[in-house]
Design a protein. Structure first.
Length: 489
């Protein structure tokens, strides 16, 4: 027989957080003085087994019908790239991002595209959009602006979980959007909307219904000021896909990355442009991150960064100026601060360059953020170019990681990087030495494992590093070349 036990529990009146001991501060919402005694609650030690129907028994995996798991496209190419192959019936996707980044616009755009598509049998896909943050009229106005109006797109404004589940049961859509999960409230759970217990109950209920009726679902979620998804971490474990919608609100560029994907890879990134007419997919975003000026400018270098499996042309800019006194400043935008400090230290040590009285500012163009060390060589080239007031050739890309010993280390995906650079018209490249590297035909590639040789080749128009006793002396001689001697664009 199952034993029956009782225990005393305490609950937060704000978010519903439960604890076995009384505390003055809630461990979930961090509110003071909200912990109250919840009384004695039963604790079960064993759950009796239930009778399972014959048609619900486990069966051999080879006999499982997989036709219900065939994906269908959303109509938004970049979002399909992130998901892997599109929307899977019954899959639940959590789309999270900062306020005002464009989550609702993105979800409504996807809903409009799905409503305009047809199934393999020729039937239009029924789509449901439920909003808890805005009125139906406000969503209708946005749909007109972005061109998402469709007779097959059902729209409702609900905040009660019972009403939300009732509408889903009656309409039975092929695809639905819940905007947002933090605004839905269950009357069976105490606490305010957005609390830990509320979010967990709302998410679990919607997921159960979506799995039962094979409804592809997007849950729009909020993020905290630290950038993490608001709510319990259990929510991320319950859903099938977790997508982060990122971007600078001062820029038109937006990115979608998946940090969890049960149906595809988490290495893909989707690029979008936020415009007055809505969010548009950018199938070829490399041109956004480099300037197209005909005249080369000192302090700029071109590299190829990898974001997942996608190579992106990136322009790294640096400005070296005399410090006003005190400690020199090291400021970065779109790069990693520690990498800038490391590159400056390597240049000072191995090339005997005194930068203790010089400020260094480094940034990328177009709002892209580069975290990988493959941009080290371009950052070093941009710093030396700015310091010597010597423009670098615009037809050359520099790729490579710099070690503390002043050596170049190979980076992943070099062949894809060079192929992307050659496709966009770059004819020269300086990269770390690799044993087996296939280079595009017609592209001149210099492979070296020395930072000094790489900088010599970059600043030398003849691409012939002369034999000199030390790397610092070689660089000091070559850096004095005039802009007229540098490669033409």
């Amino acid at each position: 027989m199952a034993k029956s036990q009782t225990k005393l529990a305490y609950k937060c009146s704000e978010c519903g957080w439960m604890t076995a001991k009384w505390t003055g501060r809630c461990g979930e919402c961090q509110a003071w003085g909200t912990i109250e005694e919840a009384g004695v609650t039963p604790a079960t030690t064993r759950t009796p087994s239930a009778q399972v129907a014959v048609d619900e028994l486990a069966q051999p995996i080879t006999e499982v019908d997989a036709s219900h798991a065939e994906s269908f496209p959303t109509g938004v190419s970049e979002f399909d790239r992130v998901l892997g192959s599109g929307l899977v019936p019954g899959a639940v996707i959590l789309l999270a991002g900062e306020p005002g980044i464009g989550k609702s616009t993105m979800a409504l755009d996807i809903a409009g595209h799905v409503a305009a598509t047809r199934t393999a049998e020729g039937k239009q896909r029924k789509t449901l959009y439920l909003t808890g943050e805005e009125s139906a009229a406000q969503v209708r106005v946005r749909a007109e602006r972005i061109g998402a109006l469709h007779n097959n797109l059902m729209l409702g404004a609900e905040t009660d979980l019972g009403q939300v589940l009732g509408q889903i049961e009656q309409i039975l859509p092929d695809f639905m959007v819940i905007d947002s999960v933090q605004t839905i409230q269950s009357s069976a759970i105490d606490g305010t909307p957005g609390g830990r217990m509320q979010i967990q109950e709302v998410t679990a209920s919607i997921i159960r219904l979506a799995k039962r009726h094979n409804i592809a679902t997007i849950l729009v979620g909020h993020v905290t000021k630290e950038g993490s998804i608001a709510g319990p971490r259990t929510m991320e474990h319950l859903v099938d896909v977790v997508c982060q919608f990122q971007g600078d609100r001062h820029s038109q560029l937006r990115f979608i990355r998946s940090v969890k994907n049960r149906y595809g890879s988490t290495d893909e990134v989707g690029c979008f442009s936020m415009r007055d007419s809505g969010i548009e997919s950018i199938d070829d975003p490399s041109g956004l991150f480099i300037n197209t000026f005909a005249t080369p400018a000192p302090g700029t270098a071109i590299t190829v960064a990898m974001d997942g499996h996608r190579p992106l042309m990136t322009e790294v800019q640096a400005l070296v100026s005399t410090s006003g006194g005190g400690s020199p400043r090291r400021v970065v935008t779109g790069l990693v601060q520690s990498r800038l400090n490391t590159v400056v230290a390597i240049l000072s040590r191995h090339f005997k360059i005194d930068m203790t009285n010089q400020d260094v500012y480094a940034s990328t163009v177009g709002g892209i953020t580069v975290h990988e060390p493959a941009a080290d060589l371009s950052l070093a080239a941009a710093i030396l170019s700015s310091r010597s007031d010597t423009p670098l050739p615009r037809s050359t890309v520099v790729i490579g990681e710099i070690s503390l010993a002043g050596e170049l280390r190979p980076v992943t995906g070099m062949e894809r990087r060079l192929k992307e650079a050659f496709r966009l018209g770059f004819k020269h490249a300086i990269v770390p030495k690799e044993n087996e590297l296939t280079t595009p035909q017609g592209m001149r590639v210099v492979q070296t494992d020395s930072l000094g040789d790489a900088m010599t080749a970059l600043f030398d128009p003849a691409f012939r590093p002369p034999p000199r006793p030390s790397a610092s002396q070689k660089l000091a001689d070559v850096i004095k070349l005039s802009p007229d001697d540098v490669w033409e664009n």
